[in-house]
Ligand binder design. Structure first.
Ligand code: PEP
Ligand code: MG
Length: 589
């Protein structure tokens, strides 16, 4: 039966494919396709893993057979029997074979997929005792996964994240069907892992529109919906689903008519995208001759390629923290970071690259295991520059790496979340210290302009001190909105109140632009507002001339720029900002 789930629109476009449910705790399991010739070998890997666990359990059974009830209670041997039974269960074994043979999933992926299928059945059982056996099943699958480690499949088939047209879908319903990942939650680090993956779309139950998980999904340029609440419970493994990334809607088990309608919409969007590529080499200049700088936001050095391809004139925000994530807390050393920054700088072929120092904390834990659950409000806690200043050795390592990379091209240094004058002075002193250390070591480094992010209201209200010390400013509207309106950007339950058009937000953004320009300092916006085409004209009207966004948004924003008259928009923007409810005036315009 067809039904729809409403969530938050995160990354544009339509994706049509089969659901792959992944438990949040299992996203680190490898997901790739195997070559058809490896099917038997892959099934063997699972069999070997399973046999190892069976032998382990049998050994344990033998060792407790002679013990008394005190050392080995009856429940223990009963539990081991259950584990053995589950391991041999035809539904598990047969299901795993199906995913490997018919869908060419690698062994680990097949095993966890079938686990999800059976776990769902356990959840639906009336009998409490049987329901609780789900935990046993999870335990034994975990053991098999562990036993399979070290016996990895040598063949990794090419990634298949690309869309297939609707006709192709109907022709071939086994392999080569796009896959849609559905999870309760995904951390930014998980998303990064999926960046080069097989999935053509993402759906998560939780998350806000500017949560970092959503931001990475957007950077992947594939349709995504977050905040879809109970989608991971309502959708079953392998269901057909449609993601409408523009409307934030997920359609489950679509009827042929709905499928045809979305297939048509998908092709229309592709045509529209194709048309936009004609603007690739057109300079971004408004109708009244204002030159606009369109920059890219990137997460990894390799993203520089998509930035150049999209026609970005530089990188306005390299979120360096993604180099630090998913490494079990082991931070990258100076050489590793230097090489990464150098790759990004060289990748931009002489265009400027703004590297932001590490911004971990809040919804960007270094690792899931290191998620900050100790503090009630991690978004207000030891995050970004606060984290860096609390660990000067780590911060100096990063600063040296950036300064060294700056010798290979145009680099700028950007500092997140500053608010106190004392933090500014400490930061600048550490940058000087990093230079002195490199001088002492006789290592070459380059000149960098130094900028501050304006993303806390207190910073936007005390710009004088920022303009005194910094060469440029970059407005982080994602956090600026979060902290101005007291709305957790990652919490879908208050997502409807997260409003870039709140008059207070507009006043802080416009004020920052005006004050920086009055002092002759460069100012840009690098939050998600910059890539939102419905806001381009308003930002132009506020005087903004530099926008930094996901590469995939650049051409659409350029189209808005080319159609705009900045002079006229300045008058209109004043009116919008004076409104009690600017949102309403925006829709009327
Ligand atoms: C912002 O806050 O707007 C920003 C660009 O930084 P991040 O989204 O990484 O917090
Ligand atoms: Mg921020």
């Amino acid at each position: 039966m067809t039904f729809a789930i409403h969530g938050l629109a995160v990354a544009r476009g339509i994706a049509i494919g089969r659901a792959v449910l992944v438990a949040s705790s299992r996203v680190d399991v490898a997901h790739y396709f195997i070559e058809p010739s490896r099917v038997d070998a892959e099934i063997d890997r699972v069999r070997l893993g399973r046999n190892t666990v069976v032998e382990e359990i049998q050994r344990l059974q033998a060792s407790i057979a002679h013990m008394g009830p005190k050392e080995a209670p009856h429940e223990l041997s009963a539990l081991l029997d259950v584990h053995l039974m589950l391991l041999q269960d035809e539904e598990l074994v047969g299901g795993v074979k199906h995913w490997i043979t018919d869908r060419l999933y690698n062994a680990e992926w097949a095993l966890t997929t079938q686990l999800e299928v059976i776990a769902r059945q356990f959840d639906e059982m009336e009998d409490e005792y049987l329901r609780e056996r789900k935990a046993d099943l999870e335990q034994i699958v975990e053991k098999v996964l562990r036993a399979m480690k070290g016996v990895a499949s040598p063949v990794v088939a090419p990634v298949r994240a690309s869309r297939t047209s609707q006709q192709d879908l109907l022709l071939d319903d086994t392999v080569d069907v796009p896959l849609i990942l559905i999870a309760h939650d995904l951390s930014p680090a998980d998303m990064l892992q999926f960046k080069k993956s097989v999935f053509a779309g993402f759906i998560t139950d939780v998350g806000g529109k500017t949560s970092h998980t959503a931001i990475v999904a957007r950077s992947m340029d594939i349709p995504a919906v977050v905040g879809a609440r109970v989608s991971s419970q309502l959708v079953r493994q392998d269901d057909w689903v449609i993601i409408d990334g523009d409307a934030g809607v997920v359609v489950v088990d679509p009827s042929p008519i709905i499928l045809a309608e979305y297939g048509f919409k998908q092709r229309q969007l592709e045509l529209e995208r194709g048309r936009l590529t004609r603007l690739l080499h057109t300079p971004a200049v408004t109708m009244d001759g204002q030159k606009i700088e369109l920059l890219a936001n990137i997460e990894m050095p390799e993203d520089a390629l998509s930035a150049v391809k999209a026609g970005a004139v530089g990188v306005g925000l390299f979120r360096s923290e993604f180099l630090f994530m998913g490494r079990q807390g082991k931070l990258p050393n100076e050489e590793e970071q230097y090489q990464a920054y150098k790759r990004a700088i060289e990748g931009m072929q002489g265009l400027p690259v703004t590297i932001r120092t590490v911004d971990v904390g809040a919804d960007k834990p270094l690792d899931k295991s290191l998620q900050d659950e100790a503090h009630l409000n991690p978004a207000l806690g030891l995050r970004a520059i606060r984290w860096s200043l609390a660990d000067p050795a780590m911060f100096l390592t990063q600063l040296r790496a950036i300064l060294r990379a700056a010798a290979h091209g145009q680099a700028k240094l950007l500092i997140p979340m500053l608010v106190h004058a004392s933090e500014i002075r400490q930061t600048l002193a550490l940058i000087d210290h990093a230079r002195a250390e490199l001088d002492n070591r006789g290592i070459a480094y380059g000149a960098v302009k130094i900028g501050a992010m304006i993303e806390i209201p207190a910073a936007a209200l005390t710009l004088k001190v920022f303009l005194k010390y910094f060469d440029f400013l970059s407005i982080g509207t994602n956090d600026l909105i979060q902290y101005t309106l007291a709305i957790d950007r990652a919490d879908e339950s208050v997502a409807h109140l997260y409003d870039p058009l709140h008059p207070a937000v507009l006043r802080l953004v416009a004020g920052t632009i005006a004050e920086a320009q009055a002092q002759g300092k460069e100012v840009s916006v690098c939050g998600e507002m910059a890539g939102d085409t419905t806001l381009t004209r308003l930002l132009l009207g506020m005087g903004l001339r530099s926008f930094s966004m996901h590469p995939a948004q650049i051409l659409a924003v350029k189209q808005e720029v080319l159609r705009a008259d900045a002079g006229k928009l300045a008058v209109w923007a004043e009116e919008v900002m004076a409104d009690d409810e600017p949102g309403q005036r925006m829709t009327r315009h």
